[in-house]
Design a protein around this ligand. Structure first.
Ligand code: SAM
Length: 288
């Protein structure tokens, strides 16, 4: 197996194929083998797993996934990588590569078609310019057991944030609604070529099998969350009044009181059960 993380091997391989990194495609390739090894290990990839990889690049994580998984399906946008991947991962019979944009995939249909009988997982060193849309698509597909990805450290902190902290955001609630996040380890910028300007972290999201909250209307729940964070410095009441003009300021004040919350509370203080209570109360009043 070609040691693609060894810079003495990687540089001539890229030069031989006239490959130049594309910043626009978020190409920062791993040059420290412990990183893909640990991602595959910590994600719990074994022969019962079907793994969707996003952006294999020249294959460092792909190799580690293929050594462990029942099947790997990798989606890569940059077709210039084809001859290189043929050399670095061509030997694996449990690998299929789709040359396309991951954001154009019907992820749930893909998983159903490729991973029958296997435990579906997603693993990736993500292209950072599309971290949020990719995570949104992976979680909304509702078909993975877990999603284990490398992201910017500050994004990992945002995903795992607790209510009332500066990192807590609408994206935090979105991710924690679908999954339980755990930051696994940091990855210094020196582990990549070219080096990114930021520190990275690997985070795993264990997808919830069943939601532990009663949420009567998902659309109203997410609108409640978005409008609560839209004006961070304002009160929950002002945020909700802007997000639900049909209720007006008085109506949103009544909702907040009915949920036993203080009139001065800010949205960023609410945990998911509190957002669920507010959203259910709004749904009840809008349907009257
Ligand atoms: N997995 C490799 C590694 O760890 O060295 C490469 C990771 S690099 C951060 C991100 C990869 O995602 C690149 O190979 C890039 O070409 C690919 N990529 C970028 N946008 C993509 C998209 N929309 N769909 C699929 N792959 C994409």
């Amino acid at each position: 197996m070609i040691d693609v993380c060894n810079i003495q091997v990687m540089k001539p391989l890229l030069a031989e194929h006239g490959f130049h990194f594309s910043k626009a495609k978020g190409q920062n390739f791993l040059i420290a083998r412990w990183v893909p090894e640990r991602i595959a290990e910590d994600a719990g990839v074994n022969s019962t797993a079907g793994v969707l990889e996003i952006g294999p690049g020249i294959g460092p994580l792909t190799q580690q996934l293929c050594l462990r998984a029942g099947k790997v399906c990798a989606v890569e946008l940059d077709t210039r990588l084809k001859p290189i991947l043929d050399l670095t991962v061509g030997e694996f019979s449990n690998l299929e590569i789709l040359w396309d944009d991951v954001l154009k995939q019907d992820v749930a249909a893909l998983v159903k078609e490729k991973f029958a009988g296997l435990r579906p997982m997603a693993c990736a060193n993500l292209p950072y310019y599309i971290t949020s849309p990719i995570l949104t698509a992976l979680l909304e597909a509702k078909c993975f057991e877990s999603v284990t990805v490398m992201v910017q450290k500050e994004v990992a902190q945002r995903i795992a944030a607790k209510p009332g902290t500066a990192d807590y955001s609408a994206f935090t609630v979105f991710c924690q609604y679908y999954a339980e996040p755990e930051i696994l380890f940091d990855v210094p910028a020196g582990c990549f070529l070219p080096q990114p300007k930021v520190t990275s972290a690997v985070i795993t999201l264990r997808v919830r099998k069943a939601l532990p909250w009663q949420i009567d209307d998902e659309e109203i729940f997410f609108r409640t969350v978005r409008s609560s964070f839209a004006m961070r410095r304002k009160t929950l009441q002002n945020g909700l009044a802007a997000g639900f003009p049909a209720l007006g300021k008085d109506g949103t004040g009544e909702v907040i009181a009915a949920c036993g919350l203080s009139a001065a509370v800010r949205g960023e203080r609410l945990d998911i059960p509190a957002f669920a209570a507010v959203a259910n109360e709004i749904a009840r009043r809008l349907k009257k």
